[in-house]
Every structure is written in C-alpha cells, then in structure tokens.
Design a protein around this ligand. Structure first.
Ligand code: AMP
Length: 218
C-alpha cells in the first residue's frame, strides 16, 4: 500500500510515518531525511541542495523526483511505502502517479494531517531531532530521558537550521502556496482523508490506521 502523509511542517508527519509504516510493514520514506543524509555525507547532491534546505525553500521538482524514484526502486518499497514530505507540488504528484502506474500501482490513501498554525509554530521552535535515527523531541512536550541525548539510539540531538524563525515562515508559506493545492488534487482522486493532528500521538496513529484499513478493503 502506498500512503502519503500530507500536512504542514510541524504536523507530526515524521513521527506518525514511522509508526504507520511499522504497522503496514512498508518503509517510511522522507525526502527531507534523504536530502539531509546527502548533506551530511558531503556528496555533490548534498552540496547542491544544502542552501535550499537551510533556508526552508523547496528543492527543484527534478532533483526531488530523482532522489525519490531511486529510493522507491529499492526492493523494500516494492509493495508500498509511507511517503512523508513528498509530494509537495502538483508537478511532483503527477510524476508520482506516472511512476507508480508504470509499476501497476497507485497512491492508495492520502492522509491530510491538520494542525492549527499557532500549534505548528510552538512545535517547530522547540523541536530537537536525532541526526541518526530521525526521532523527534520537544523541549517542553516530549523531552528525552537524558538531556540532549536520543532515547532510541543514544546520539546527540540537534536543532535543525530550518527550524529557525525565518526559515519556518518560508516553509509555512511554501506549504500554503505550493503544497496545499494537493488537497484538491487528491480529493478529486477520491483518496483523501483528513486527520486531526492536534490530538495525542496515539489517537492520531489510530485514526490513520483506521483510514488506511478502509483503503485496503476497498
Ligand atoms: P522536511 O524534513 O520534510 O521538512 O524537508 C526538509 C527540506 O527538504 C524542505 O524544507 C525542502 O528544502 C527539502 N524537501 C524535502 N522534501 C521535498 C520535496 N518533496 N520537494 C522539494 N523540497 C523538499
């Protein structure tokens, strides 16, 4: 099953994508994490995209599609994936449809995670992430057991450069202008479910599982 998590930055897509993917037995694929891995490795691609990511700007559709299609061609994604942060433009969505159609697959369900903007800002400004396993923490709501250390893998936590105030505003604007039209796109395709992302994480996961179960039985 191919599931897309749609929603603004700070909606909790990363955390939920991992949980949902475990339940569905497919990989969680985040284009943001793929890009950050390239930046950390110092690759040519990483050097090219770094300034866009740090500023909160979208990377070009062409580059994003290339990294995503490479990842989707790995054997663990043959039967499905939970996509987090992709697609972010209508161009990316139509390209994904073509990519999946070539494999006789399709987007099975799109979960639109809705969270009020004031909550997003609060979540993003206090966010700390693990550069190794990508677990996410918050300095008030979800503190790690040992300050600054990831509970899951023991790595030192970092604050993302694009979680600074100026970049957050750019990311939210890009979301409204470039990504929000996907709600109509997938609504018309009949695969969209809205999920209230302003509830406790377990309740959000349950709502997502319910929505994907119903897609599996269609
Ligand atoms: P994320 O971790 O999903 O917030 O992504 C971090 C950054 O990676 C974004 O602000 C963009 O610079 C870049 N990025 C991730 N996914 C995409 C995408 N689908 N299209 C364009 N840029 C992306």
């Amino acid at each position: 099953m191919f599931v897309i998590l749609l929603g603004p930055p700070g909606a909790g897509k990363g955390t939920q994508a991992k949980l949902l993917a475990e339940h569905l037995g497919v990989p969680a694929i985040s284009t943001g994490n793929l890009f950050r891995q390239e930046v950390a490795s110092g690759s040519e691609l990483g050097r090219r995209v770094r300034s866009y990511i740090d500023a909160g700007q979208l990377v070009s559709d062409e580059t994003t599609l290339s990294i995503l299609s490479d990842r989707l061609s790995k054997s663990d994604a043959a039967d499905g994936a939970v996509l987090d942060g992709f697609p972010r433009t209508v161009g990316q969505a139509t390209a994904l449809d073509r990519l999946l159609a070539a494999r006789s697959r399709r987007v099975d369900r799109v979960l639109d995670v809705a969270v009020p903007e004031n909550v997003l800002l609060e979540r993003l400004t206090g966010r700390w992430t693990c550069p190794s396993c990508h677990a996410s923490y918050h300095e008030i709501n979800a503190t790690p057991r040992r300050p600054g250390i990831c509970d899951r893998c023991g790595s030192g936590l970092v604050q993302r450069v694009d979680d600074r105030a100026e970049a957050i505003q750019i990311r939210l604007r890009n979301y409204r202008e470039r990504t929000r039209p996907l709600v109509d796109y997938y609504g018309q395709a009949g695969v969209l479910t809205e999920i209230d992302g302003d509830l406790d994480p377990k309740t959000v996961t349950r709502a997502m599982l319910k929505a994907t179960d119903s897609a599996a039985t269609v």
